[in-house]
Design a protein around this ligand. Structure first.
Ligand SMILES: Cc1cc2nc3c(=O)[nH]c(=O)nc-3n(C[C@H](O)[C@H](O)[C@H](O)COP(=O)(O)OP(=O)(O)OC[C@H]3O[C@@H](n4cnc5c(N)ncnc54)[C@H](O)[C@@H]3O)c2cc1C
Length: 247
């Protein structure tokens, strides 16, 4: 199957890796753009099994900080803290705080190592049927990807996040929330009752609970045949970017 994914953020790269492992011919369009401040640096424990499935946990750990818990701070005297281990085994006992640009680069590098064709281009989508319900790549976008051979792919995936490229092409509206977030955007914590900030405990080495890496049921953390280890993130770097501060 020939699949085009538009957007090389975490969603696009993760899907590209999984599809390439299944034998799909994947073309990943990356517009090469990143805002100066790229948010999304604080991962939750539920992401760890996904990193393991992608074979990216060890690499992520090598440039990230282990996060064993969370504090919600309402005021200097009003704070609520908990460790993830408290909810084990239902919840992974740790997560990571990642430098987001490096994380995106590592995911993209792994996708390329898995055989995904990365095309650096600002893709354009357009309705592919008369009823306007299906998406296709615009002609110049097809032409930008040599492996498509001038033909439309079997499947187009919109992974452009808040850019909502596919929804815009099909004239599907969205409601802008009070924090200017759209459904495709942030799942960030909302301070409903005036809380000041959310902070994360950070440790430079994993706590004992984190060292006891989860069992095989969560998937292998070794590389899957056909996917080489990612080259250093710098070699996949698309642009120089500022490391974001913790939200
Ligand atoms: C204020 C805020 C705080 C957040 N904090 C956290 C957090 O602490 N932890 C957390 O896990 N998440 C956080 N998030 C959410 C996180 O940023 C997103 O969930 C994540 O970035 C979504 O990934 P994605 O791959 O879907 O989209 P994106 O990361 O937006 O990637 C989409 C990619 O598509 C590219 N693109 C767009 N249009 C085109 C085009 N036409 N052609 C080619 N490429 C294109 C873009 O350049 C981009 O690289 C936060 C979000 C916000 C707004």
């Amino acid at each position: 199957m020939r699949i085009a994914i538009v957007g090389a953020g975490p969603s696009g790269s993760a899907l590209a890796i999984l599809l390439a492992r299944q034998g799909a011919q994947v073309t990943l369009f990356d517009d090469g753009r990143r805002p100066e401040l790229l948010v999304g640096e604080s991962l939750v424990p539920a992401v760890i099994p996904i990193l393991q499935r992608l074979g990216l946990e060890e690499e992520t750990a090598s440039f990230s900080r282990v996060k064993p818990g969370v504090s919600f701070i309402w005021s200097p005297t009003d704070r609520f803290s908990f460790s993830f281990a408290r909810f084990a085994p239902g919840v992974f006992p740790y997560a990571f705080n990642i430098p987001r640009p490096g994380f995106d680069d590592a995911m993209l590098a792994r996708a390329v190592a898995c055989g995904v064709e990365r095309v650096v281009a600002h893709a354009r989508l357009e309705p592919a049927t008369d009823n306007g319900r299906e998406l296709g790549l615009a002609p110049e976008t097809v032409a930008a990807a040599p492996t498509l051979g001038g033909r439309q792919p079997d499947l187009v995936v919109d992974a452009t996040g808040r850019a909502r490229l596919g929804a815009r092409a099909l004239n599907i509206g969205a409601h802008l929330g009070p924090r200017k977030s759209t459904p495709a955007g942030a799942g960030a914590f909302r301070c409903r009752s005036g809380c000041r900030s959310v902070s994360y405990w950070a440790a430079t080495t994993p706590p004992d609970s984190a060292r006891a890496r989860p069992s095989a049921s969560s998937g292998p953390s070794r590389p899957t045949p056909g996917c080489r280890r990612s080259p250093p993130a710098a070699s996949a770097s698309r642009r120089s970017r500022r490391t974001p501060t913790t939200s």
